[in-house]
Ligand binder design. Structure first.
Ligand code: S3P
Length: 425
């Protein structure tokens, strides 16, 4: 186990360009591999999660090459074929769940495995709807990985209400629907990221999407995606680390540029503004960019529905730790089944910097210290969770420094995170 010593930074200035959006990157790779012909991708996420998806589609018969910094994926004319070995998704739940949907349409036997963290994550949420479409798919005990699939059976489109908001589940069903007979419809009670439906539409698949109140209905007709050129903008969830850092740091004026434009991904900005954060979003070079300045934050009440997927909660916990008053995090059950138990992990982070924290059912509470300058120097273990490591690094840089064990897990989504953090100091 290696430890990283993160020091407090006296001043933060400059702008960061975060890696390509992870969700869009997985989808660009998968859609290109399913297409007939050559697609190119610019701005692909550099993290190990997306590299796994790339290696897996190569094992399934797609040809990958790089020319002039552009990645090319050639989807085989006859379609993807089964690999001769288990498909290792590493740390990536997105890879495993999306591939489950894709592989139901690929003839042959497939097995999806992952690292120690992923092997503990629930797959029943994708197995159930895919099975009701006619797929031969099963998990181990309690529907944990490995996931075994016999692809190529006749699938029928379904009308599916996703029980818990999840873009991964929606996407697995839609990808399976590409090879099903008839229409596949997915209802979400709360809108999640629309990356899959947008990108399938760009690949000329027939998809309709209609917002209903705070929910959405997406319908898809079977078809094969067309190859295309993908340009992937920056990941708004990675920008959240710099947003919180700039706000809670006593002497900061920083930017994050070239971000993906999607309402479902920027709920955290509204939360931070409500806390009094001086954070603004402008269009610069045709993409959203954030400008962030040191702020005095006040506690608030944060609902999971405001930030579907709750990816930004670990770092929002650090904002709460620097705020004045008690911040409530409500309906946070989904946090428990991410790359680690982020419910426990987020509370652990706030407690490590010196806050009083407590929980009631699916809610947890953080009594803020009024300023990051009141944080204590701390030591934490990032476990197998990149977002816990990056949130801890934000706390250390804005507060009194800290030590992070198992920090290397940032490789899964943002290998250059610590370089980018140094670049603004
Ligand atoms: C993702 C969906 C979310 C999110 C994950 C990426 C996606 O998961 O947490 O980081 O790309 O579809 P859920 O679908 O479990 O909410």
């Amino acid at each position: 186990m290696t430890e990283l010593f993160v020091n407090l930074a006296p001043v933060l200035r400059g702008a960061v360009r975060v890696p390509g959006d992870k969700s869009a990157s997985h989808r660009a790779v998968l859609i290109s591999a399913m297409a007939d012909g050559e697609s190119t991708i610019e701005g692909l996420s550099t993290g190990d999660d997306v590299q796994r998806t790339l290696s897996i589609v190569e094992a399934l018969g797609a040809s990958i090459s790089t020319l002039d910094g552009k990645l090319s994926i050639l989807g085989p004319h006859e379609g993807l074929v089964a690999a001769t070995h288990p498909l290792d998704c590493g740390n990536s739940g997105t890879a495993m769940r999306l591939l489950a949907g894709v592989l139901t349409g690929v003839p042959g036997t497939h097995e999806l495995v992952g690292d120690e963290s992923l092997m503990k994550r629930p797959m029943g949420r994708v197995i159930d709807p895919l099975r009701s479409m006619g797929a031969e798919i099963s998990g181990a005990a309690n529907d944990l990985p490995p996931v075994a699939i016999v692809g190529g059976s006749t699938l029928a489109g379904i009308d599916y209400q996703v029980p818990t908001p999840s873009a991964q589940v929606k996407s697995a069903v839609l990808f399976a629907g590409l090879k099903a007979v008839g229409t596949t419809t997915v209802h979400e009670a709360i809108r999640t990221r629309k990356t899959t439906e947008n990108m399938l539409t760009e690949a000329l698949v027939s998809v309709t999407s209609k917002d209903e109140g705070v929910g959405r209905v997406v319908s898809l007709q079977p078809g094969r995606p067309m190859p295309r050129h993908w340009h992937i903008p920056g990941d708004p969830s990675q920008a959240a680390f710099f947003a919180v850092l700039g706000l809670i740091h006593p002497n900061a004026s920083i930017g994050v540029v070239k971000l993906l434009d999607e309402d479902e991904r920027t709920g955290y900005i509204g939360v931070l503004q409500r806390m009094g954060g001086l954070i603004s979003q402008k269009v610069k070079d045709a993409h959203p960019a954030l400008q962030i300045r040191s702020s005095r934050l006040l506690a608030t009440e944060i609902f999971a529905a405001e930030i579907p997927s709750v990816d930004e909660v670990p770092v929002l916990t650090i904002a709460a730790a620097a705020a004045t008053g008690v911040t409530s995090f409500r309906d946070m059950s989904e946090l428990r089944i991410k790359e680690s138990d982020r419910f426990a992990g987020s509370m652990m982070l706030a407690s490590s910097v010196g806050c009083e924290v407590w929980s009631e059912g699916d809610d947890f509470f953080v009594r803020g210290l009024g300023s990051a300058t009141n944080f204590v120097h701390f030591a934490v273990d990032g476990g197998l969770d990149h977002r816990i490591v990056m949130a801890a690094a934000v706390a250390a840089t804005a507060g009194r420094g800290g030590v992070i064990a198992n920090w290397e897990t940032v490789e899964s989504s943002y290998p250059q995170f610590f370089d980018d953090l140094s670049s603004i100091q």
